[in-house]
Design a protein around this ligand. Structure first.
Ligand SMILES: CCCCCCCCCCCCCC(=O)SCCNC(=O)CCNC(=O)[C@H](O)C(C)(C)COP(=O)(O)OP(=O)(O)OC[C@H]1O[C@@H](n2cnc3c(N)ncnc32)[C@H](O)[C@@H]1OP(=O)(O)O
Length: 205
């Protein structure tokens, strides 16, 4: 696993957020526009050439492999390539997870055309991504936990559009943390989730 330390202060972190965030948002918008455009063939070809040229510019200097997980000296995590929350990942919805003192974790997200499975509905694997990340973050709120088993019950189709997902820890059993949660639209729950998340063995194990 790729965990590295990034020796930067808060000001530099904010500068990078302000630099990469808008680029990612623009690429995400491009993905949506690519799916939904009805412009004529000549414009499609012109845009393709522009995108290819832009990609070549970004490729001029690249890291090897994925972004990994970096930590600043202040302990802030930078998971900018992450498929759920990555600030530099246009595929990420992106999820912004918040929590309260009572242990409820939630995220509100709008999933558009790029996340479609059945017509007008969110792809089942994308529902799983949202729930895995939210439940995993909830499980990891005290110590890091990895997904062991994730069980989903798709009660009805999840419409594209604004959604809310919630999760809370159900119980802790040694290294295992069981988390339960739901994904909902304005009319109620569409997906129920239960996950078993497992931490690394303690030195005595
Ligand atoms: C440092 C920062 C980290 C990042 C965190 C920030 C939050 C981000 C949130 C991100 C969210 C996204 C998260 C992601 O995307 S995580 C990515 C997806 N998950 C993985 O890739 C995990 C791959 N698997 C493993 O690494 C190991 O097999 C794990 C860690 C799962 C088990 O490990 P290990 O092999 O060492 O375990 P053990 O054999 O000693 O068994 C220990 C206990 O566990 C029970 N058991 C075992 N396997 C399973 C299973 N599959 N389901 C249910 N239970 C299982 C077992 O019966 C035993 O129970 P008991 O007999 O004691 O009762």
């Amino acid at each position: 696993m790729k965990f590295t330390r990034e020796d930067i202060d808060t000001q530099e972190l904010d500068r990078r957020r302000a630099l990469y965030g808008p680029l990612t948002a623009a690429v995400r918008d491009l993905v949506d526009a690519t799916i939904r455009t009805e412009v004529d063939e000549a414009v499609i070809r012109e845009v393709q050439a522009t995108v290819v040229a832009a990609t070549a510019k970004l490729r001029a200097e690249q890291i090897d492999g994925g972004f990994g997980m970096r930590f600043t000296a202040d302990g802030e995590s930078i998971a900018w390539g992450n498929a759920g929350i990555g600030l530099r990942n246009a595929i990420a919805p992106p999820l912004v997870i918040v929590s309260d003192d009572a242990g409820l974790h939630w995220t509100e997200v709008t999933l558009g055309a790029a996340y479609e499975g059945p017509p007008g509905l969110v792809h089942g694997g994308i529902c799983a991504l949202v729930m895995d990340h939210l439940l995993g973050t909830t499980a990891s709120s005290i110590e890091p936990r990895f997904t062991g088993t994730l069980t989903l019950r798709y009660r009805r189709g999840t419409p594209l559009g604004p959604l809310r997902a919630e999760a809370r820890i159900d119980r802790n059993e040694g290294r295992k943390t069981v988390v339960v949660g739901t994904l909902s639209d304005a009319d109620g729950v569409t997906v129920e989730a239960e996950g078993i998340f497992i931490g690394p063995p303690t030195p005595t194990e």
